[in-house]
Design a protein around this ligand. Structure first.
Ligand SMILES: Nc1ncnc2c1ncn2[C@@H]1O[C@H](COP(=O)(O)OP(=O)(O)OP(=O)(O)O)[C@@H](O)[C@H]1O
Ligand SMILES: CC(C)(CO)[C@@H](O)C(=O)[O-]
Ligand code: BAL
Length: 286
């Protein structure tokens, strides 16, 4: 049976009861508007724990002043139904004032300098400070044994892993693969902003990543050539405006000159389709 909670004490009580039963507690933080990608994270979590908590919280502190906080999709009834069908045990739907007790925003922050300032962090300068702060607050509220994040937000899961390691948070972090539409577009709550032409065009991100992967699988070691194929594929799509296309070290996100065997490399992309920003990534080597 799915339980719901809106307050910190109610979450703590439900989680304490599960732990008293000897159940491992898994946690899937989300901003709602749930799609198949989120549901696979819940499956991943259920496979690895005995009590799955999902949070649905559109976190104000990770949106910049000109971003889409007010129009971000909020579909709570539908989300609760999907969580129930997916077999979650507890859904936490707090207000900002519940998460940020001093008045709807944070007055204490957790930051991961360096990793939070490149790529997404360069374009969205306060974004990751908001993410790491809210994830730390949610971890302290839920006190899970395990938390699951999506590979679609590659930089985000790296930052969270770093935060957990640096601050001895004691939560195991799992990363689940990106779930895609049949044409390869990574599922994202923001896909619903796209008009039909942009929606069709957005599949170019996956095509670019596939082209890069084919090049590397064929033996290409020059990261510049791989960047070129990423760029030229995206630039061939009329609805896309490229923001970045990088080939980076999979752990540090430092840009690579060459793709050496034994060094894990990842391609990361961001582009706008109209006013909608989408990101995607793929590992090029393991
Ligand atoms: N297609 C996907 N496959 C796997 N995980 C995903 C996918 N999309 C989102 N996630 C993961 O779901 C979690 C919650 O993400 P969030 O609620 O922001 O959804 P989103 O679809 O990424 O929304 P947005 O459009 O804001 O980026 C994150 O860990 C995110 O990486
Ligand atoms: C991790 C997260 C739920 C924090 O608000 C958010 O950044 C997201 O949905 O990826
Ligand atoms: N999934 C990332 C959340 C954000 O873009 O704010």
């Amino acid at each position: 049976m799915l339980e719901t909670a809106t307050s910190v004490p109610a979450v703590r009580a439900a989680v304490a009861a599960a732990k008293a039963d000897g159940r491992k507690v898994g946690f899937v933080p989300t901003m709602g508007a749930l799609h198949e990608g989120h549901l696979r994270l819940i499956d991943h979590c259920r496979d690895r724990s005995g009590f799955t908590v999902v949070s649905i919280f559109v976190n104000p502190t990770q949106f910049g002043p000109s971003e889409d906080f007010s129009r971000y999709p909020r579909t709570l009834d539908d989300d609760l139904r999907k969580c129930r069908e997916a077999g979650a045990d507890l859904v936490f739907t707090p207000t900002p004032a519940e998460v940020y007790p001093r008045g709807a925003s944070a007055t204490t922050f957790v930051e991961v300098p360096g990793l939070s300032q490149v790529l997404e962090g360069e374009i969205r300068p306060t974004h990751f400070r908001g993410v790491t702060t809210v994830v730390m607050a949610l971890f302290n509220i839920v006190r899970p044994d395990l938390a699951v994040f999506g590979q679609k937000d590659y930089q985000q899961q790296l930052l969270i892993r770093r935060m957990v390691e640096d601050l001895h948070v004691g939560v195991e972090i799992a990363t689940a693969p990106t779930v895609r539409e049949p044409d390869g577009l990574a599922m994202s709550s923001r896909n619903r902003y796209l008009d039909p032409r942009q929606r069709q065009g957005a599949a170019v991100l996956h095509r670019a990543l596939e082209a890069a992967r084919r090049l590397v699988d064929g033996g290409e070691r020059d990261a510049d050539r791989v960047r070129q194929i990423l760029r030229s594929t995206i630039e061939s799509e009329a609805t896309a405006r490229l923001e970045y296309a990088v080939v980076a070290d999979a752990e540090t996100l430092a840009e690579l000159g060459d793709i050496a065997p034994g060094r894990a490399a990842v391609a990361l992309l961001a582009a706008r389709f109209g006013t909608t920003r989408l990101i995607d990534n793929a590992r090029l080597t393991e």
